[in-house]
Design a protein around this ligand. Structure first.
Ligand code: NAD
Length: 310
């Protein structure tokens, strides 16, 4: 029997999940991807990787596939990720992110998996009371998405408290990189890149001074793998961000420089609910897993632009 470590990745056909799959394969894991392709694409999944098109809300299918694969580690990245949709269709958001997530935990436990690593989000904090935001900051999400992502953290904790599973929950800042779609609301680097490469006008909501914490997908994947390693601490809930505030205007200038765009931004009124400043303190991840981000914004943006020009 093969002794390769066995990793199951939900959402492995999506942006972050597919980069994680690539890294797991190159690290020698045996990998199984579960994805319903609602926002992901089968073309993101490396050839040779086992792929099952399954909705995590479909309990019997999910249970059977996870039981047959017998993963040591489950990386749970499948989610409804659109904040606007979560507010328009809260029942759908809760079905995928809470009930679907709970199915993943039950299936992981039933199959004897040791650890679940969960892709959580900075959205669990709500408007920051101080910056950068540490994990001890209150969790008061203002979107249904933030609420559903937080709910699953609590389920993970309950499963661990009952000795059913080990876990790490990683609260991602704004992740960017190749394969991110430009038709969503959150992929600002992808949106700016596509519009600038096409010579189109680029809109900034607000006056350009709003800030976000951008973290390159490869850095997120690196931390995620470290959080999965056997013998490591369990029950850790940790931020994954760069810890630096990048304004919309700074990002505009970086992408313009990388694409050779000479236009100026068009400014539009702030969208309701937009948070003015956001930035995560990554100190706990550094202490726990000896992790730190390595890809600076300029290099990461250049990689996205090169990828989109391929
Ligand atoms: P994505 O949309 O590219 O990936 C999500 C994947 O989940 C897609 O492939 C989609 O098809 C799949 N999926 C959705 N619903 C499913 C269902 N019911 N059953 C099976 N598969 C389903 O988004 P992403 O940016 O790669 O996000 C991955 C994870 O990271 C998500 O859990 C998200 O909440 C979290 N996250 C992302 C960011 C970011 O900046 N991109 C920030 C914070 C947290």
């Amino acid at each position: 029997m093969s002794t390769a470590r066995r990793a199951l990745v939900t959402g492995g056909a999506g942006f972050i999940g597919s980069h994680l799959v690539d890294r797991l394969v190159s690290d020698g894991y045996s990998v199984c991807v579960l994805d319903d392709l609602s926002t992901g694409s089968a073309s993101n999944v490396a050839s040779g990787v086992r792929f099952q098109r399954i909705d995590i809300c479909d309990w019997p299918s999910l249970r059977d596939v996870v039981a047959a694969f017998k993963p040591d580690t489950v990386f749970h990245a499948a989610a409804q990720t659109d904040v606007g949709r979560s507010i328009r269709e809260p029942d759908y958001d809760a079905r995928v992110n809470v009930l679907g997530g709970l199915n993943v935990l039950r299936a992981a436990h039933a199959a004897g998996a040791r650890r679940v690593v969960y892709a959580s989000s900075a959205a669990v904090y709500g408007p920051p009371e101080r910056l950068p935001v540490p994990e001890t900051h209150p969790t008061r999400p203002i979107s249904d998405y933030g609420s559903s992502k937080l709910a699953l953290e609590h389920y993970l904790n309950a499963y661990q408290a009952r000795g059913l599973i080990e876990y790490a929950a990683l609260r991602f800042a704004n992740v960017y990189g190749p394969r991110q779609r430009s038709d969503g609301e959150g992929g600002v680097v992808a949106i700016f890149t596509d519009r600038m490469r096409a010579g189109k006008a680029v809109t900034i909501f607000g006056d350009g001074t709003k800030t976000r914490d951008y973290i390159y997908v490869g850095d997120v994947v690196d931390a995620t793998i470290r959080a999965a390693s056997g013998g490591g601490p369990t029950g850790i809930v940790a931020n994954l961000g760069w810890g630096r505030q990048v304004s919309d205007l700074e990002l505009f200038r970086e992408v313009a420089a990388a694409t050779g765009y000479s236009g100026e931004p068009a400014f539009a009124p702030d969208r309701p609910g937009d948070i003015a400043h956001s930035c995560l303190d990554p100190a706990l991840a550094r202490r726990t897993w000896d992790w730190k981000p390595t890809v600076a914004l300029r290099d990461g943006v250049r990689r996205v632009v090169e990828w989109s020009a391929r």
